[in-house]
Each structure stands twice: as structure tokens, then as C-alpha cells.
Design a protein around this ligand. Structure first.
Ligand code: ADP
Length: 684
């Protein structure tokens, strides 16, 4: 090969080698470019991240700084600058050793560095002195080492909080709590810390002394049981505002006898681990006193009840013989007496009437006290009732020269529904007092009514007198039991002092009101207001309009009297004889049945005592109705006048009812009514 060819080959090789190298260079530079742009992107990203971290660290509330292992500050956030008290751009020249002097005796920066962990975060709480200040700062901080590939510490991350205020508050709280604990201990109160599972955590000295052994970890429910209110323990802890009464359980109690406490509970504010603080105040002596008082009260109530029952029984029993006495005196009224005998008779009459009043008062009073007095609802005519009451005192007033007048509003409702017997009793009491305490002048009774609605009318009864009057300071107590207004100038009135008490109670039982206005030596005004139901306006007083003559032309009626008491029997016999009534007598229920079986047809009615030996009036009535199938009218005679007694009579099959003691007038009215029945076509 010639030299030229060789040269050409060489040039060719050189050209292709250059082309190859250029291509390689191009490839490499493309790779380099891509690498470079990746790098740029990563640098930008890293820069962004570190900016974010920087921003986060700057805005966080803790002081954050990066330190050399020798505690020189290389970077710090604003909070740190404030903490180090260093100018904004001078922080880098800071060293913690010079910035803060460790105040705790046991600590120095050297042993803090020595104690900081080599590869983990270490936490410290130290007190440091701030230059140019007398105050100590409580610093809570952590140190986290940053290590190089050879595990050597290159820098430290310092994160700190100023805990001065927090610790100060905690200290004050602790001091306060200690103080309260001491106070509670000093006043002898027990204090128990109870966990969220109601186990005893801790007790103060007083609480611990209640138990024989250490009770920590015992359930509060085992140690105490709730008394008084029926609430459960959980309730006590959950509704901690209220106090409850507790009793220590015998098993744990350090005492021989029962112990009572008032307990209050306060829940801790820690919602994650709630606990309760229970204070206990020993109330045993108060409780024992209460129990004694309760016992004494029970005994007093029982003895009061026994006393009332005794009074009620005695006054009830007294009524039977008094009934006989008064009845016989009524019969004797017509007899011929010498002047002296007449005087004795009158004295006996006054005394027996006082006795009746007294027993009635006592009976009423004991019934009201025992809540046994019931107000009845019967229709009656108010005008004739008031008339009758006023007329009762006509003679007495006349004899004293005192005028007695009644004025009644013309358009007053005439028929009412209420308890006429009790209204009569009220009026009689008031008029009797007015006449009794008036020596001259007048006693005026007035009745007004005003309609409240379609069914009810309010009645105002007023009894005014020109008598002795009642001193102002005593006007209230006249309504108290057994009170009489004593005065050196006023002789005893001879009453029980119960009249106005009963009157007031009766008025109140009828939902009314009573008021007294009185002036000494001028007179007394008593006002009584009672709401009454309006009765049937169309009816008039049927019985009154009918005049009945006891003449031989009339059909004579025949009655059967059943009465076991010989005196009462004698009284009825005489009364009926005076009224020209034929009668036969039975001494008990069995005799009633026997007589009716023998000659039942001849009687127009039976006066039947309710209480009789062998067979009482109620059972005898039942047999008359059920066994003998007789419709004969039966009038029950009883000293018990409550509505319950009446209901018993009616249930047994009686038609009427006569309260003992009864006057001849009342017997006459009953006889008249039985007579009218026996004349009515249905009975002929
Ligand atoms: P008593 O049943 O003993 O009469 P009251 O309760 O009716 O008792 O009355 C109590 C006292 O009130 C009487 O003893 C009397 O002194 C006084 N009193 C009541 N009404 C009058 C009155 N109209 N005028 C003066 N004193 C009266």
C-alpha cells in the first residue's frame, strides 16, 4: 500500500474517531444537563422545605435554637431572642452559659451537657438567674443532639418554655390547698380523695381516724351507706352540688355506736382522670338529738291522740245522761211548781243547758282536732235558719233590756246548699256571746249575700253589739283554744273558751273567713263570710206551711220505740204521750224483730236507737228490710252526728235520722213527718 493510501486510511480513521468522540460528548453533555436540572429542582425543593421549617420554628410558642456542642447559639427563633433578652441580630454571638446562670445548687451547664443523652432528647427543669434581674426564671427545656456520620455531636437543638408563671400558680394552688386541708382538719372535718372508680385514694387525719384499719383502695360504697334520701352513691358523686347524709358501715367503723355524717362532694376538673373530693362533717350528736326529739314528738302525738279520744269518748258518753236530764226538764216545764221550786228548776235548767253546750263544744273540738268533722251538703232555707237562731235569744235579750234585731237583705238568696247545723252553730255562738257580753243597748244581726257566679253566693253574716268589747291586743287570742278574755271587771263568762275557736274552724272548713272588730266599752262587730251553693229557688219550706193539729179527729199514729237506756226510754215515752202518739217499747233489736213479727202492721214507724245491746239498731234495720221485707219508716237515734254515722244508718236501710239529745220539738217534727207519710195515698 502506498503512502497516500495509508494516509487516507489514517485520516479516515481519525475522522470517524472524532465523530464518535463528538457523539459521546453530545450524549454526556445531554446527561449532564438533565442531572443539573434535577439537581436545581431538588435544591429549590430543599430550600422551600427549610424555609417552611424556618417559618414554623419562628412562629412557634417555644423558644427554639440550634447550639454548638459548647452551647453557642448558631440559630434561634424570635421567642428565644426574647427569652435570651438579646437584640434581634446579635443572637448568634450568644452562649447559653453567659446568657443564663443556673440557680439550682445541684446543676451547672457542664453537668447538663454531661447529662444530655448522646443520641436522644433529654429534658431538664432548672431555675436560672436572669442578668440584671432579681427574679428567677423556671426553664423547662430539652436538648437533642445532631450527629455526624461518625456519631459525633455536631450541634444541639434546644427547645425551651418559660414555666415560671405555671410553677408559681401551681405553688400558690398547693399552698392554698394545704391551707384548706389544715382548716378542714382543724374544724374536725374528714376529707377523702376518691378515684374515678370510687376507690379511696387518700384521707386526711380526721377521716382516717373514723376507721379501724387503713381503708385506702377500699370502695367508698363499702365504707359508707346513704341514709335519709333514697339516692344511690353514683348520684351523689355525679350531682355533686347537694349534700347527703351518710352512715359509716359497722364493719369498718372505729366506733362502738352508729355515726352519721353530712357529706359533700366536689369533682376534680381533670376530665381525663376524674376524681372526687368528699368532705365529711360528723353530725352524730345532732342526729341523736333529732331522733330523741322525733321519739318525744311521736310520744306527744300519741298521748295527744289518746287525750283527744278520751275527751271525745267522755263527751259522747256524757250526752246520753244529759239528754235524759234535759228531756225530763222539758217534760217538767208544764208541771205546777211553788215559787221556790220554780227557781230551783230554772237553775237546774240553765246548768243542764250549759252542760250540753260544754259537751258539744268538747266533742266538736276533739273532732275538728282529729280531722273527723265533715261539712255536710243539705238544702235549707237561710232566712228561717237565721230567724230561728235569733229567736232563741229573744227572751234572754228581753230580760236584760237589750234590743235584738235581725235585718236581712230582701233579694238575698233564700235556699242554699250547705251544712245548716254548722251554720246554726256559728250564729248561735256569735249571738250568744253578743247577748252575754252586752248589758245595755243592742245586738244587731244582719245577713247580706252577693252572687259570685251561677251556682255560688257569698253570705256575709254580721253580729254587732254595744257590749263590753274586747281589748285590741286580745282580739287575736280569742280564737285560740280555751282562751277567755279575763279582766278584773269582767266575771268569768262560764264558757269553755272554745266557742270562737270552734266557730273559726267551722268557718274555715266551709272555706269562709271570720273577722272581729271590737272596742273596749263600745262594742264588738263580728263578720263571717261563707260561700254557699245556691239551692232550688222554686221550692218553699213545705213542712212549715203545713199546720198540724193534734186533735182526736186526726188519724192517731202508732210508733215502736227501740231504746236500751231506761231514762231515755222514759223520756221518749213521756214525749210521745204528750204528743198523743200510741207507742210500744222494745229494749233491743231482737225485741224489735219479735214485735214486728207479731204485729208489724199496726206501726207507722220505728224510732230505733243505733247502739243497743244484743242486736244493735243497724243490724235490726237490716233484718227488718231483708228478713221481714218491711218498708216501715225507720228513724235512727244516735249521739254520733257525723256524716259517716248517717251513711251507716242509710246503708243499713234507715229512712231518717234524729241526733240525740233531741228536744220535744224535734220529736214533734219527726212525728209530724211520719204522720204525713202514713196519710199519703201510697201508705194507706
Ligand atoms: P266561751 O265559749 O267561753 O264564751 P268564746 O271563745 O266564745 O268562749 O269567747 C272567748 C272570749 O272572748 C270570751 O270569754 C269573751 O271574753 C270574749 N268575747 C267573745 N265575744 C265577745 C263579745 N261579743 N263581746 C265581748 N267579749 C267577747
Amino acid at each position: 500500500m502506498d503512502e497516500v493510501s495509508l494516509l487516507k486510511i489514517g485520516i479516515e480513521r481519525e475522522r470517524s474517531a472524532r465523530q464518535h468522540a463528538e457523539k459521546l460528548l453530545e450524549q454526556k453533555s445531554a446527561q449532564l444537563y438533565e442531572l443539573n436540572s434535577n439537581l436545581e429542582q431538588r435544591v429549590a425543593e430543599t430550600l422551600g422545605e427549610s424555609q417552611k421549617f424556618g417559618l414554623a420554628l419562628s412562629s412557634c410558642n417555644n423558644a427554639v435554637a440550634i447550639l454548638t456542642p459548647n452551647l453557642c447559639v448558631t440559630w434561634c427563633n424570635d421567642v428565644s431572642k426574647r427569652l435570651f433578652n438579646s437584640p434581634a441580630n446579635d443572637s448568634e454571638s450568644l452562649n447559653l452559659r453567659s446568657a443564663f446562670k443556673v440557680a439550682n445548687k445541684d446543676w451547672s451547664w457542664e453537668n447538663i451537657i454531661a447529662n444530655a443523652g448522646q443520641d436522644q432528647t433529654s429534658r431538664f427543669e432548672i431555675e436560672i438567674e436572669i442578668p440584671e434581674s432579681t427574679e428567677l426564671l423556671t426553664l423547662l427545656f430539652s436538648l437533642t443532639p445532631i450527629l455526624d456520620s461518625n456519631q459525633n455531636t455536631t450541634s444541639l437543638i434546644f427547645v425551651a418554655t418559660d414555666a415560671t408563671e405555671l410553677r408559681r400558680t401551681q405553688k400558690t394552688l398547693y399552698e392554698k390547698e394545704t391551707q384548706y386541708r389544715l382548716i378542714i382538719e382543724a374544724i374536725g372535718m374528714g376529707l377523702i380523695d376518691v378515684s374515678s372508680t370510687f376507690k379511696v385514694n387518700e384521707l386526711n387525719g380526721t377521716a382516717a381516724s373514723l376507721f379501724t384499719n387503713d381503708v385506702t383502695e377500699k370502695s367508698f360504697f363499702e365504707l359508707f351507706r346513704l341514709t335519709g334520701e333514697h339516692r344511690n352513691h353514683q348520684d351523689f358523686f355525679q350531682n355533686s352540688q347537694n349534700s347527703v347524709e351518710l352512715q359509716i358501715t359497722r364493719e369498718f367503723s372505729a366506733f362502738e355506736t352508729e355515726r352519721w355524717f353530712i357529706a359533700s362532694c366536689v369533682a376534680s376538673s381533670d376530665s381525663e382522670d376524674p376524681s372526687y373530693r368528699v368532705t365529711l362533717l360528723d353530725i352524730t350528736s345532732r342526729k341523736l338529738m333529732e331522733l330523741n326529739l322525733h321519739d318525744a314528738r311521736e310520744k306527744a302525738v300519741a298521748s295527744n291522740l289518746a287525750k283527744r279520744k278520751f275527751v271525745a269518748n267522755i263527751s259522747h258518753e256524757l250526752r246520753t245522761p244529759i239528754n235524759a236530764i234535759v228531756g225530763f226538764m222539758d217534760l217538767l216545764e208544764a208541771a205546777e211548781f211553788s215559787k221556790e221550786q220554780k227557781e230551783f228548776f230554772n237553775a237546774m235548767k240553765i246548768s243542764s243547758h250549759s252542760l250540753i253546750e260544754l259537751t258539744s263544744d268538747l266533742l266538736d273540738f276533739s273532732k275538728i282536732e282529729a280531722n273527723r268533722l265533715k261539712i255536710e251538703k243539705n238544702e235549707f232555707e237561710i232566712r228561717s235558719l237565721v230567724d230561728e237562731c235569733v229567736n232563741t235569744f229573744g227572751n234572754q235579750a228581753n230580760e236584760k233590756g237589750v234590743s235584738l234585731t235581725l235585718s236581712m237583705q230582701d233579694n238575698a238568696v233564700s235556699r242554699c246548699i250547705g251544712d245548716p247545723a254548722r251554720i246554726r252553730q256559728i250564729l248561735i255562738n256569735l249571738i250568744s256571746n253578743a247577748v252575754k257580753f252586752t248589758q245595755q243597748g243592742s245586738v244587731k244581726i244582719s245577713v247580706d249575700s252577693h252572687q259570685v257566679n251561677d251556682t255560688t253566693s257569698n253570705f256575709l253574716f254580721r253580729v254587732s253589739d254595744t257590749g263590753t268589747g274586747i281589748p285590741a291586743e286580745l282580739q287575736e287570742i280569742v280564737f285560740s283554744e280555751f282562751e277567755q278574755v279575763g279582766s278584773p271587771f269582767r266575771p268569768s263568762s262560764g264558757g269553755t273558751g272554745l266557742g270562737l275557736t270552734i266557730t273559726k274552724q267551722l268557718v274555715e272548713l266551709m272555706h269562709g273567713e271570720i273577722r272581729i272588730q271590737s272596742e273596749l266599752d263600745v262594742g264588738t262587730d263580728v263578720f263571717v263570710q261563707i260561700p254557699l251553693q245556691i239551692g232550688d229557688r222554686m221550692k218553699d219550706s213545705g213542712l212549715r206551711s203545713e199546720e198540724f193539729q193534734w186533735t182526736e179527729h186526726n188519724h192517731r199514729i202508732s210508733l215502736l220505740i227501740a231504746e236500751d237506756d231506761p231514762f231515755n226510754r222514759l223520756y221518749f215515752e213521756n214525749a210521745l204521750a204528750q204528743l198523743a202518739v200510741d207507742f210500744r217499747v222494745a229494749e233491743n233489736g231482737n225485741e224489735v224483730i219479735a214485735i214486728l213479727e207479731e204485729c208489724g202492721d199496726q206501726f207507722d214507724g220505728i224510732l230505733m236507737d243505733v247502739r243497743m245491746p244484743e242486736l244493735d239498731g243497724l243490724e235490726a234495720t237490716r233484718r227488718v228490710r231483708n228478713m221481714l221485707k218491711s218498708n216501715i219508716p225507720i228513724v235512727g237515734l244516735t249521739a254520733n252526728t257525723t256524716i259517716d254515722d248517717r251513711v251507716d244508718c242509710i246503708k243499713a236501710g234507715m229512712d231518717y235520722f234524729l241526733a240525740k239529745p233531741c228536744t220535744i220539738k224535734q220529736i214533734e217534727e219527726i212525728v209530724r213527718m211520719l204522720h204525713s207519710k202514713s196519710r199519703s195515698p201510697s201508705n194507706l
